[in-house]
Design a protein around this ligand. Sequence first.
Ligand code: SAM
Ligand code: 2KA
Ligand code: SF4
Ligand code: MG
Length: 271
Amino acid sequence: MVQGTAAGDLSRAGERDDKDLGGVPAVTRSRPLEIRVSEIFGPTIQGEGVLIGLPTVFVRTGGCDFRCSWCDSLHAVDSRYRDEWRPMSTEEVWREVKNLSGDKPLMVSLSGGNPAIQPLGELIARGHGEGYRFALETQGSVAKDWFADLDVLVFSPKPPSSGMGTDWRTLDACLEMAAGKPQIVLKMIVFDNADFAYAKDVAARYPHLPVYLQPGNHTPPSPDVEDDFVDIDGLMERMQWLIDKVVEAKWFEARVLPQLHVMLWGNRRGV
Ligand SMILES: C[S@@+](CC[C@H](N)C(=O)[O-])C[C@H]1O[C@@H](n2cnc3c(N)ncnc32)[C@H](O)[C@@H]1O
Ligand SMILES: Nc1nc2[nH]cc(C(=O)O)c2c(=O)[nH]1
Ligand code: SF4
Ligand SMILES: [Mg+2]
């Protein structure tokens, strides 16, 4: 299907492969949009945030417009690993999801990398037709019109420790795109006091959104190292510190959750 959007339209960023001549598409797209996939795995449990514990298949897309200092999924971010990423049609991704779930509808989590830079609208429509549900994890740096078709949208704006900035206009645009159907939540990673203050600021800006706070994993995996060491004691200390902060601030609407999959399986991929 031809996506007839104007050049520079943020809602379609990353979906164009036609030559652009001053806003006039010179080549009509003749093949379906392809999704850049790093890995598809599951069912496992959702380890983070509002859907924690729910059996889920993950579609992790390749490529990200951010480079967080502590990213735990560099194999889906750093272009050094792009040889591992597969361009797949919606139908191919869909077949793999169905195969993994044994044809029984369940929650599909779209993560990455930044899945918002991939053409996922058709996949969501395809899955909905068969009773599957879709959650998206994104930092809120790219807005897409298909956000409105999701079931759950997890915004994870990045705190100071990540080394990334926040473009509030883009975050606002993402929220506007998603207005209506999806359940929208904030999931914020906290490593230190500055991150905690940032999380409070974001929550104050969007007071209608439920807040999930997640202690940062200071031992994220390196894609080049086999050893998947995780400092669980350190994670639990940070978790307790974060709970103390929440209680001290009387922030009684916030929920504090660990990364359950990291506690269970460490930094292993595909779980
Ligand atoms: C790998 S990201 C992919 C989706 C999207 N790019 C994003 O950041 O929301 C999925 C989730 O993992 C979180 N995350 C990444 N590295 C982490 C770390 N070292 N400790 C805790 N959470 C982390 C992100 O903040 C995000 O909420
Ligand atoms: N079990 C499990 N839960 C997760 N929640 C968010 C994940 C992610 O990397 O996006 C993730 C993941 O990789 N595994
Ligand atoms: S935005 Fe998400 S995937 Fe991208 S670098 Fe940050 S944590 Fe990793
Ligand atoms: Mg992860």
